[in-house]
Design a protein around this ligand. Structure first.
Ligand code: ZN
Length: 313
């Protein structure tokens, strides 16, 4: 594989190259404890999300109706009036497996029932019965998938920042940060990384070109759901709405940058220095979209396979 791949005019590095260097530096920690689940066991069906298909317009290239059993689930969830079902969706049913812990199996993993649950709750914000329409159900599923991806992809951007700092400083930054800062919040609003990841779910709704194909009512319903849901989440997650605006987002990102470099939540007082290089350092270092997987239920084949292509290595 070409070590340098180009996507959307931006370069990403083949993960194998990054892993090789991190391994040489002794920075990969496969046995280490981590806050997020491991990549799924092999008895669960796994497929790469096919983003061009997820973001395809209604005409032409969209294929595959939403299966009847999923339609039934969406209807049931849209009618239940219970957002409590979303409790475990972030970082449990959809999660990021960092390169430092998972090596070649790094990536964003999203259980398909997390997508269906979120889509059902989006459907609950539409006029009664609307989710029974095929095109609406397809849009709700696509919107849910993008929204979960935005959150988990941000965790890759944080790891990308840490990797760049490690390469320059020749010392471990990500694993100590993960253990000492991320996993040990010292206040109700931490981890700050989660507030930023939640803010990304809202911020990228406006930027993502694939969402343009999704009906505006679904986009509005998704936004309404996020605005109601995020403040009910624990710790740092619930501060996501506060960081939606650019200035607040950047300020919090600068704080996380210092937390990673210092390995402590204590403010260094000179966090503004990151503003000169923030944008470059947080770019995804590897192709996070290509490494996004839909995960099936134990022992059952994937239902939403029309949004994926098989894992070929
Ligand atoms: Zn998260």
């Amino acid at each position: 594989m070409n070590p340098l791949c180009f996507r959307s005019g931006r370069s990403v590095i083949a993960a194998s190259r990054v892993i090789e260097v991190l391994e040489d530096m002794g920075l990969i920690d496969p046995e280490g404890s981590r806050a997020w689940p491991l990549p799924p066991e092999t008895d669960r069906e796994l497929a790469r999300v096919d983003w061009p298909r997820v973001g395809a317009p209604h005409t032409g290239s969209r294929d595959g109706a939403v299966p009847a059993r999923v339609m039934k689930e969406l209807e049931a969830m849209a009618g239940s009036g219970d957002d409590g079902r979303l409790e475990e969706v972030l970082d449990r049913l959809a999660w990021y497996a960092p390169i430092h812990f998972s090596g070649e199996r790094w990536g964003v993993y999203i259980e398909e029932h997390a997508v269906i649950t979120l889509a059902g709750r989006i459907g609950a914000r539409l006029p009664a019965g609307r989710i029974t329409d095929q095109a609406t159900a397809q849009d709700a599923i696509r919107s849910a998938l993008y929204t979960l991806y935005f959150h988990e992809a941000f965790h890759h951007y944080v790891e990308s920042f840490a990797i760049r700092v490690e390469l320059v400083e020749k010392t471990s930054r990500y694993v100590p940060y993960h253990h000492r800062v991320y996993s040990r919040p010292t206040g109700d609003d931490e981890p700050v990384e989660e507030a930023l990841a939640c803010a990304e779910m809202l911020r990228r709704q406006k930027k993502e070109s694939g969402l343009k194909a999704i009906h505006r009512d679904i986009r509005r319903a998704t936004r309404g759901l996020l605005e109601d849901w995020i403040p009910t989440l624990p710790g740092g997650y619930r501060k996501g709405l506060d960081l939606e605006q650019e200035a607040r987002f950047k300020e919090a990102q600068n704080r996380v940058s210092s937390q990673i470099q210092a390995g402590t939540s204590v403010s260094s007082g000179d966090e503004a220095r990151w503003r000169l290089i923030r944008r470059e350092l947080y770019r995804g270092i590897c192709d996070c979209r290509r490494n996004t997987y839909l995960v099936g239920t134990w022992g059952s084949p994937l239902i939403l396979r029309n949004l994926c292509h098989p894992v070929t290595g």
